[in-house]
Design a protein around this ligand. Structure first.
Ligand SMILES: *Cc1c(COP(=O)(O)O)cnc(C)c1O
Length: 381
C-alpha cells in the first residue's frame, strides 16, 4: 500500500499525493478528465454533482496536507462564498480588520442586506477573538493578513472555548498548508485561493476548502453542486501539477523575500517595510511561533506618496506590474489604487516574491528606487 500524508514529510506528499488509482497500467499522473456526463451504472453520472478523477486527485493532495477533507471550487471566492452560505440567516460573523478585499466586500454586502451581522476585530486582538468564539456563528481568520501582513495568533484563537455550532475558518492562502495547518490547531475549515501559491503559475483560478469533519465537507459539496461553483478539469490538472513544486517554490521565494525585506527596511527611500520575518515587525514573535516561515509577501511604503509608488511599479524591468500573488513570477502593485482599498496607506506597494534570483530582484528594486528618487526628477533623461 502507498504511504499516506501522515507517513511522509509535506515535501514528499507534494510528489506522492493525488495520483488516483495506481493499478497496473494506470497512468502515473491523473490527466484532465474533460467530461460532463458518464455512462449510467456508477454513482458518478454528471460532473456538477460528482467530482471527476482530476478533482479527486487534487482534493486528495490538498486534504492530505491540511489533514482534512478538501473540496475544490471554481475559484477562491467560490470556496469563501460556500462557507458563508452555510450560515443561518441572522448569523453573527466576525472578520479581521485587514483581510482580502473581496472577502471583506462579500461580508459587508451580507451585512448591509441583513443576511448576517458583521463585526470587525483587529488581527492582533487575540483576547477579543477568543471571547467572540463564545457567541459568534463564524470566526473568519486570515493569517498572515493581506495586504498588511499581520499575523494572528491562530493557535490561541482556535483553542478558545466556543459555543456549539460556532465555525472557525482560516483563510490559509498566504501561509500555505506548508507553513500553517489550521485544522490541526482546532479550526473547522482551512480555505485557500489555489490561484495563488498552490497553483503557482498565474495561469488559473481555483479554490479549495478543507474541513475537519466529513459532515462539514459534505455540506460544502452540496453547496458546490447547488451553486454550480465546480472546478474546471484543466484548472485542477494544472493546479495539481503546480502543487507538486510548492515546497521548492516556497522555500526559494521565502529565502529571497527575507533578503529583499531586510534591504528594503534599510533603504532610505522606503518609509516602512512590513514583513513578518523582520525582528521589528509588530507580529514577528507570533509569526515565529505560529508559522513555519515568514512567507514570500512583502508590503512596503515608498517615500514620496502614491505617484512615486506608481512610478516605481512602472519602472521595474524584472518584477511584473500586475495584481495577484504566489506565482513563480514576482509581481508588484500599489494596493490603494484598487477600488475599495482607499483605507490603505497610499504609497503601500505589495510585492509577491517569485522564484527569480535574489540579486536580480534586488537590482531591479534598487534601480527603480533610484530612478524614481526625488532628486532624479531634476536630472535630464
Ligand atoms: C486571491 C485571494 C482570495 C480569492 O481567491 P480567487 O481565487 O481570486 O477567487 C481569497 N483570499 C486571499 C487571501 C486571496 O489572496
Amino acid at each position: 500500500m502507498t504511504a499516506g500524508p501522515r507517513d511522509v514529510s509535506d515535501e514528499t506528499w507534494a510528489v506522492l499525493g493525488g495520483r488516483g488509482r495506481q493499478a497496473a497500467g494506470d497512468p502515473l499522473n491523473v490527466g484532465p478528465v474533460l467530461a460532463s456526463n458518464f455512462v449510467h451504472g456508477d454513482e458518478r453520472y454528471y460532473s456538477r454533482e460528482h467530482a471527476t478523477e482530476t478533482w479527486e486527485a487534487f482534493e486528495a493532495l490538498l486534504g492530505g496536507w491540511e489533514r482534512g477533507d478538501a473540496v475544490a471550487f471554481s475559484s477562491g471566492m467560490a470556496a469563501v462564498a460556500a462557507v458563508f452560505d452555510l450560515l443561518p440567516v441572522g448569523a453573527s460573523v466576525v472578520l479581521p480588520d485587514d483581510c482580502y478585499q473581496r472577502v471583506m466586500h462579500l461580508a459587508e454586502h451580507g451585512g448591509r442586506t441583513g443576511r448576517w451581522m458583521l463585526t470587525r476585530l483587529a488581527v492582533t486582538d487575540t483576547k477579543a477573538w477568543r471571547s467572540a468564539a463564545r457567541t459568534a456563528d463564524l470566526l473568519w481568520l486570515e493569517s498572515p493578513s493581506n495586504p498588511l501582513l499581520a499575523v494572528a495568533d491562530v493557535p490561541a484563537i482556535c483553542a478558545a472555548p466556543r459555543r456549539a455550532g460556532t465555525l472557525v475558518a482560516v483563510d490559509n492562502t498566504l501561509a500555505t498548508p506548508l507553513a500553517q495547518r489550521p485544522l490541526e490547531l482546532g479550526a473547522d475549515l482551512a480555505v485557500h485561493s489555489a490561484t495563488k501559491f498552490i497553483g503557482g503559475h498565474a495561469d488559473l483560478l481555483l479554490g479549495v476548502a478543507a474541513a475537519r469533519s466529513p459532515a462539514l465537507s459534505a455540506r460544502l459539496r452540496e453547496r458546490r453542486a447547488l451553486a454550480g461553483a465546480v472546478p474546471g478539469a484543466l484548472e485542477t490538472f494544472l493546479a495539481l501539477r503546480g502543487a507538486r513544486t510548492l515546497p521548492l517554490r516556497l522555500r526559494q521565494a521565502t529565502a529571497t523575500a527575507q533578503i529583499l525585506a531586510e534591504r528594503l527596511a534599510a533603504h532610505p527611500e522606503v518609509e516602512l517595510t512590513r514583513y513578518p520575518g523582520l525582528p521589528d515587525h509588530p507580529t514577528h514573535a507570533v509569526a515565529a511561533e505560529t508559522l513555519g516561515g515568514p512567507g514570500a509577501m512583502i508590503s512596503f511604503d515608498v517615500r514620496g506618496g502614491a505617484d512615486r509608488a506608481d512610478a516605481l511599479c512602472r519602472s521595474l524591468r524584472i518584477i511584473h506590474h500586475a495584481t495577484s500573488l504566489g506565482g513563480v513570477e514576482s509581481t508588484i502593485e500599489r494596493r490603494a489604487s484598487h477600488h475599495g482599498q482607499e483605507h490603505l496607506p497610499p504609497s503601500l506597494v505589495r510585492l509577491s516574491v517569485g522564484c527569480e534570483q535574489a540579486e536580480d530582484l534586488w537590482g531591479d528594486l534598487a534601480d527603480a528606487l533610484a530612478a524614481t528618487g526625488r532628486r532624479s526628477t531634476s536630472r535630464p533623461g
